[in-house]
Ligand binder design. Structure first.
Ligand code: GLN
Ligand code: ZN
Length: 751
């Protein structure tokens, strides 16, 4: 049987975050392994049943996933890190035997560090990085997966399509502990997959899905031809099971070219991120056309999508799908109350209905009512004043290059040198201080009106006083207010900006049990009143040292939200930038002389394909400069970045034209220094000398050494001394102890 309607992948956390709760219950020893397994089984069963009921004929099934699909693959391939191998098999009944080793890999334990966690392509989902080496030996540990699969097939029949991560993608995302190339294992891994497919085929399925998002990234021709050869061995000789190779996140044509004629039966492509032209698709394979956006929350333009599908169907067999796994969007709109905007949106459940309707329409069925409703909603959205704020538009239209240009670096440097009166190697922190239980409680109580505005205000003022006092005692040079009022650096601003809306149940998995509820940019963005000035005022009134104004930059404000799909990202970023520009003006008017605009996400939005990167960097840098471009020479603009290697982005960092940049460095052994030196970076720079991701207080010699290393590469007149990132996840005790070490290191280095 071939299918007409499917989706690229399923979410795992549960419509009400059931898996999160069960996982945390299990980790805290409140529920048994049997109970945890039961929750996971229930969730996958219900989800499959719901998809079938909604008209999805072929349902992806990734097994019970307790943390992350890449980690599942690592377990399936029998290559969990060596260090956890001393942990014995799980003793209970229903959980896989390897579960304790699996969780130790994901989360670490008293005895073992966790494996690295990093972002899944250009999304905000994180996966557990496989740790391989030249002598890694793969050996299938597929009992748990096959048992889950048999359970689903018994229940739902051959509509169930098992999903595994493909060999290329798995190795592409792996790191090695010995510097060898993970791709050296490619041929070997294809042989293992052959065996795995035989076993999967043995359970009676008709289709298997192999996810290969790496196939849409820049890859050397030699690798592509090895991948092609690999799929020839998989596809050509396994008549028992049909293979769908699923790609997403970028144009699918390279994947189509690599795979066509190899014997795979179907190829899934992302037609939202990529184009439908697909010059290499000959119509031989079934094209699984991802026309419904799996990564964003907007209703699909069904007329356009159907048009695309019809054009493709004229060339060969086509099935309708989502552009990516529904892992990346919330489950459903059922519990939301978003007024007029609700009708413009489609979360997971609504997207499934769209896929089914498109498939029906493509087969000539009458779904005109469904289409008409979508048309009306789209029109409403296009014409609404919420999406088009005349004042914002006018202001954007009037922006010139001069608005993105501050005085010369030299002039700024001289002015700031004369007015700021900072010691050499100034010390500072990145912004947040420990978010204690009390702060969280105060915020939660205020939200449900258990605290009055005045009481909440007082709680924050008290906290800011504590933070200022602590910093004064420590002898830091540039202070922060500590960000106690911020639950999250994006959410805080999104709640105050017009054009952003918040959902009440729009949870998406970020990793493991961690979920986020990204705000939605639904219309033109505008600041209606100052957002941070009152907190700055409180802090500055308590000290003579400069307190940094603290803002989240435009790119990060987009990266951690669902963005508009009806205008270029750069236009939205500029709107956010203008809001920040006004905030900066107000901070300056209030007396701020140093203002930090954080851009930790700038690396994350970088397009997967090189050819698209320059255009992205242009608007990303442009929006930062629009936000900060109005600051006079005496105002020192800081920025902060973290989360990734910046070596290839040093020029971009320099283009931002911030007077001072703090950057994560301690965590990855100060690798960034070399690149800074080689590029001749000539602005203030604070490579972090304390890795704040660990609760461990660094020894004095460690920080001294990191600072010495920094001094070896960086002009002492440019160097700042700061931690890697904000301190909100740390406790007070380790924070004060570590900052003491940091300040002492700076003082020692000054003489
Ligand atoms: N100013 C923010 C903080 O200190 C920056 C956080 C980040 O880089 N993610 O928390
Ligand atoms: Zn950071």
């Amino acid at each position: 049987m071939t299918f007409h309607a499917t989706i690229a992948g399923v979410p795992r956390i549960g419509p009400n975050r059931e898996l999160k709760k069960a996982l945390e219950g299990y980790w805290n020893k409140k529920i048994s392994g049997d109970e945890l397994a039961e929750v996971a089984t229930q969730l996958t069963d219900t989800y499959t049943a719901d998809l079938l009921a909604a008209g999805i004929e072929a349902v992806p099934f990734a097994g019970k996933s307790f943390y992350d699909a890449i980690l599942d693959t690592t377990a399936l391939l029998g290559v969990l890190p060596h260090r956890v191998s001393t942990i014995a098999d799980y003793e209970g009944d229903a959980l896989p035997s390897f579960i304790d080793r699996y969780f130790a890999t994901a989360r670490g334990s008293v005895d073992f560090p966790a494996s690295a966690l990093t972002k899944w392509f250009d999304t905000n989902y994180h996966y557990i990085v496989p740790e391989l080496s030249a002598d890694t030996v793969f050996s299938l540990d597929d009992d748990a997966f096959l048992a889950d699969l048999r359970h689903q097939i018994d229940k739902f029949g051959v509509a169930v399509r098992p999903v595994i991560i493909g060999p290329l993608t798995y190795l592409n995302l792996a790191r090695t502990t010995d510097g060898s190339d993970p791709l050296d294992h490619l041929e070997e891994l294809f042989a293992i997959y052959r065996e795995l497919l035989k076993r999967i085929g043995g359970s009676g399925v008709e289709w298997v899905q192999i996810d290969e998002p790496a196939l849409v990234t820049d890859l050397p021709a030699a690798v592509l031809s090895r991948v092609r050869a690999g799929y020839e061995t998989l596809g050509g000789s396994l008549p028992a099971v049909k293979i769908l190779v699923q790609t997403y996140f970028e144009d699918g044509d390279q994947a189509v070219e690599t795979l066509s004629g190899t014997g795979v039966t179907a190829i899934g492509v992302d037609l939202v991120a990529g184009s439908a032209e697909l010059p290499h698709w000959t119509g031989e394979e079934l094209l699984v056309a991802g026309v419904v956006d799996g990564r964003n929350v907007w209703r699909t333009n069904l007329d356009e999508a159907l048009d695309t599908l019809k054009q493709l169907a004229a060339r060969g067999p086509v099935a309708v799908s989502t552009s990516a796994s529904l892992l990346h969007v919330p489950y459903s709109l059922d519990k939301e109350d978003l007024g007029q905007i609700q009708d413009w949106l489609a979360f997971g459940k609504e997207k499934v209905a769209e896929v089914a309707a498109l498939a029906a329409a493509l087969q000539g069925e009458d779904v005109s009512e469904f289409f008409a409703a979508a048309r009306t909603a789209l029109q409403d959205r296009a014409q609404s004043e919420l999406t088009h704020d005349a004042q914002v538009r006018e202001r954007i239209a009037a922006v010139t290059d001069a608005d993105r240009q501050r005085a010369s670096r030299e002039e700024r440097r001289q002015t700031q040198l004369a007015t700021l009166d900072l010691p050499p190697l100034p010390t500072t922190t990145i912004g947040s201080f420990p978010q204690t239980q009390e702060i969280r409680r105060a915020r939660a109580q205020w939200r449900v009106a258990e605290l009055t505005d005045a009481e909440y205000q007082q709680a924050m003022v008290d906290e800011i006083s504590t933070v200022i006092e602590a910093q004064s005692k420590l002898g830091l040079d540039v202070l922060v207010h500590g960000e106690p009022e911020r639950n999250d650096m994006v959410q805080y601003f999104s709640e105050q900006l017009q054009g952003y809306i918040a959902t009440s149940h729009g949870w998406v998995q970020s990793y493991g049990s961690r979920c986020v509820r990204p705000p939605i940019i639904s219309g033109d963005v505008r600041r209606t009143e100052p957002m941070t000035v009152q907190w700055y005022n409180v802090a500055q009134s308590l000290t003579d040292k400069p307190v940094k104004g603290m803002l989240t930059g435009p790119v990060t404000m987009l990266a951690w939200s669902f963005v508009r799909d009806d205008q270029p990202l750069g236009d939205t970023a500029d709107q956010v930038a203008l809001a920040l520009r006004d905030e900066i003006a107000d901070l300056i008017a209030a007396g701020a002389v140093i203002i930090q605009v954080d851009e930790p996400a700038i690396r994350e939005l970088l397009p997967l394909r090189k050819e698209k990167q320059a255009a992205y960097l242009k608007w990303a840098v442009g929006s930062f400069r629009l936000a900060t471009g109005d600051a006079p020479s005496n105002i020192q603009i800081h920025t902060h970045m973290c989360y990734s290697e910046f070596n290839e982005l040093i020029d971009t960092v320099s283009d931002l034209d911030a007077d001072v940049t703090s950057i994560e460095a301690a965590r990855n052994g100060m690798q960034v220094l070399k690149a800074l030196k080689e590029s001749g970076f000539d602005m203030g720079i604070g490579p972090g000398v304390w890795d704040i991701h660990s609760p461990r207080v660094p020894r004095q010699e460690e920080v001294d050494q990191l600072l010495e290393a920094a001094l070896d590469s960086i002009d002492p007149q440019l160097l700042w001394v700061n931690p890697d990132c904000g301190l909100k996840t740390r406790g007070w005790e380790e924070t004060t102890a570590s900052l003491e070490v940091l300040v002492k290191a700076a003082h020692k280095a000054r003489v």
